[in-house]
Design a protein around this ligand. Structure first.
Ligand code: IMP
Ligand code: MG
Length: 181
């Protein structure tokens, strides 16, 4: 049952994509991925915290041998980098060399996170490196990133639910909500 509106940290959000629509789309994406990687034992790499729910939902729809793991992207400032911002991939324990890897993101907004992830993981020489994202905001894109599998293309509005948070809250909402204008 969807709540038509929710209030998080004093701000009101309204339903944008309901639970059933999300579930149907996840099944379609999983079917597409399953077909492409049949017999290749793909490795899904979810990016914490946002994509935990989407990653597991996708993973559970893959009907054959498939592995899942999670990483985190830490951002910190460093005098060594020209932009002053360094993004580091943390927590990758398994070797991805010669594996068929699909990075799973909650949302591609500016594309900065995805760009760093793709560059970093590519250095480990996977056989395939693809990017899946539940949500894609092409109008907000600032980096040259093109997700291979997209749940929903959305406008550049602030969203919560299905893993996405507003200041730590809202990740557990089953529907995706948008800030009420
Ligand atoms: P990027 O700008 O593509 O690097 O996105 C960075 C991160 O910003 C995403 O992984 C999300 O955690 C967060 N983010 C971007 N847009 C939204 C949104 O609409 N709601 C909640 N988090 C968002
Ligand atoms: Mg995120």
């Amino acid at each position: 049952m969807s709540l038509p509106e929710v209030v998080i940290h004093g701000k009101t959000f309204v339903v944008k994509i309901d639970e059933q629509t999300i579930a149907n789309r996840v099944k379609e994406l999983a079917a597409e991925i399953s077909k492409e990687f049949d017999g290749k034992k793909p490795l899904l790499i979810g990016v914490l915290n946002g994509s935990a729910i989407f990653t597991v939902d996708l993973f559970r729809e893959i009907p054959y041998d498939c592995e899942v793991t999670f990483i985190r992207v830490a951002s910190y400032h460093s005098g060594m980098s020209s932009s002053g911002e360094v993004k580091q991939v943390m927590g990758l324990k398994e070797s991805i060399k010669d594996r068929h890897v699909i990075i799973i993101e909650d949302i591609v907004d500016s594309g900065e996170t995805a760009k760093h992830l793709l560059q970093d993981l590519q250095q480990h020489e996977p056989a395939t490196l693809k990017l899946a994202t539940a949500l894609f905001k092409p109008a907000a894109l600032k980096y040259d990133v093109r997700p291979d599998y997209v749940g929903f293309v959305v406008e550049p509005d602030f969203l919560v639910g299905y893993g996405l948070d507003y200041d730590g809250l809202g990740r557990n909402l089953k529907d995706i909500y948008v800030l009420k204008p």
